[in-house]
Design a protein around this ligand. Structure first.
Ligand SMILES: Nc1ncnc2c1ncn2[C@@H]1O[C@H](COP(=O)(O)OP(=O)(O)OP(=O)(O)O)[C@@H](O)[C@H]1O
Ligand SMILES: [Mg+2]
Length: 352
């Protein structure tokens, strides 16, 4: 789903509140490789919830990201970037068989039945996924106008040509699902520092929701319950995880409510799918990605609750890893969005 035009070759730029990540891919005899890559930290408060609060600081950081890039070859001046997950969403709607020119009006009638929306403040994009005797199955993407406009403006100021801005479920599913042999209906959970996104995938993204958990909230919870400093808590989180044998299972205990909440939200999302999508098939698994997927034993603990297979994504299943020191196990999960955006740069015809 794109809110701008398509492009020939472009690099992917993942913008999160605290990090900028760059990926440019190349295709050499059917093999996809990372050509250029980089990551830099953004100063605190430069971006809050995806809104650019300090444009000058953002621009300096973006220029630094580009200047200090690793790899080989020339960087494209065309960029494919991502919109903040918590401010955007995808949703599939079903309509009767109607003419193309009636679709947008129909969507604007259907969407507000579930979600309050001011259509003057958002951009809407859609794609027909299926057309049959019963009607149309349409994937709708929604994103705020002010965010889109501010991203275009700032990228242009960096002398880049923003060609596509995507909702985050698009690059994630492009890398982890479309490239893979495994196309089972599944729930994908991207656990980031600031926010967690959940989406349901069955041949395409069916809907997305934002979950009220995050890596930072997890660290904060350790700070408050164990009386540690932020740095100590972050370290404890990484070293102990949810392993019963580590740190006397302390974190497993203090996170039991968070795990129950996560279990509850995932179950609700799956039930929402079963009740609202006539074509729904059994959900085969839950796939975890993003930095928070590195939380030791999170998959084991969730799987016990959900009674569904829970697995950790493998971002480099289909892409050659040029630098195992840089893209180590820990960091690889954080680069999924950037690589998925880079893939769109190689495959300009791809919808999702
Ligand atoms: N081994 C680990 N155990 C637990 N949490 C981890 C581990 N490694 C990283 N994290 C957490 O992952 C989070 C970072 O995830 P990620 O890099 O995907 O976020 P981001 O893309 O920068 O931010 P966001 O997507 O929220 O905008 C941090 O909260 C970090 O503490
Ligand atoms: Mg992220």
């Amino acid at each position: 789903m794109s809110f701008l035009n398509t492009t020939e070759v472009a690099f992917g730029l993942d913008i999160s509140d605290r990090n900028l990540r760059l990926i440019q891919l190349e295709k050499i005899s059917q093999k996809i490789k990372i050509q250029l890559y980089n990551e830099i930290k953004l100063p605190p408060d430069c971006l809050i919830g995806g809104e650019i609060k300090q444009p000058k600081v953002f621009l300096d950081s973006l220029n630094k990201l580009i200047k200090t890039r690793r790899g080989h070859g020339q960087l494209s001046d065309e960029v494919i970037s991502v919109l903040p997950e918590e401010k955007t969403f995808f949703k599939v709607v079903n309509t009767p068989l109607i003419h193309d020119e009636q679709i947008e009006t129909k969507i604007k009638e259907i969407i507000p039945q579930d979600i309050p929306i001011d259509f003057n403040e958002i951009y809407l994009d859609y794609q027909i996924i299926e057309k049959n005797d019963n009607g149309l199955n349409i994937l709708v993407g929604i994103a705020p106008k002010n965010i889109i406009e501010s991203y275009i403006e700032i990228l242009s100021q960096a002398n880049l040509i923003p060609t596509v801005l995507e909702i985050e479920a698009a690059p994630i599913s492009r890398l982890l699902l479309e490239q893979s042999q495994d196309q089972k209906p599944q729930v994908i959970i991207d656990i980031g520092a600031q926010r967690t996104g959940l989406f349901l995938y069955d041949k395409t993204v069916k809907f997305t929701i934002s979950l009220p958990i995050s890596g930072n909230k997890t660290t904060q919870h350790i700070v408050e319950t164990l009386g540690l400093s932020w740095e100590e808590a972050e370290k404890a989180k990484i070293v102990c995880g949810l392993d019963k044998a580590k740190c006397h299972g302390a974190l497993l205990e203090i996170f039991s409510d968070v795990i129950n909440e996560l279990n509850d939200r995932i179950t609700k999302a799956i039930n929402f799918y079963y009740y609202n999508f006539p074509e729904a098939k059994n959900i085969a698994r839950v796939l975890l990605c993003g930095g928070g997927a590195n939380f030791i034993d999170i998959a084991v603990v969730l799987q016990e609750k959900l009674k569904l297979p829970v697995i950790i994504s493998n971002p480099f299943e289909t892409i050659a890893n040029p630098d195992k020191t840089f893209f180590n196990t820990q960091r690889s999960q954080s680069f999924i969005t950037a690589i998925g955006l880079g893939l769109r740069g190689l495959r300009p015809d791809t919808f999702l």
